[in-house]
Design a protein around this ligand. Structure first.
Ligand SMILES: [Zn+2]
Length: 69
């Protein structure tokens, strides 16, 4: 039981790292948009660039967080 929770945590952390890397690569290629990773569920979220500080809402888990675009 405790072990499977640990394992889920590990998978989530790993997904976050992989998604952050993918988001960074996408951001480099896309001049109009920036790609962020949800701090809650690690979903990659596309946001428009150059909008200053914006509130982003994750389409997957509905968590909202502040980001610089
Ligand atoms: Zn999320």
């Amino acid at each position: 039981m405790a072990r499977s929770i640990e394992n889920q945590k590990f998978i989530r952390i790993q997904a976050k790292i992989v998604h952050r890397f993918q988001a960074f690569n996408k951001s480099l290629k896309d001049k109009q948009n920036k790609y962020l990773v949800c701090p809650e569920c690690a979903q990659i979220i596309r946001v428009p660039r150059n909008k200053g500080k914006i509130e982003v809402r994750c389409p997957s888990c509905r968590k909202s967080f502040d980001a610089k675009s």
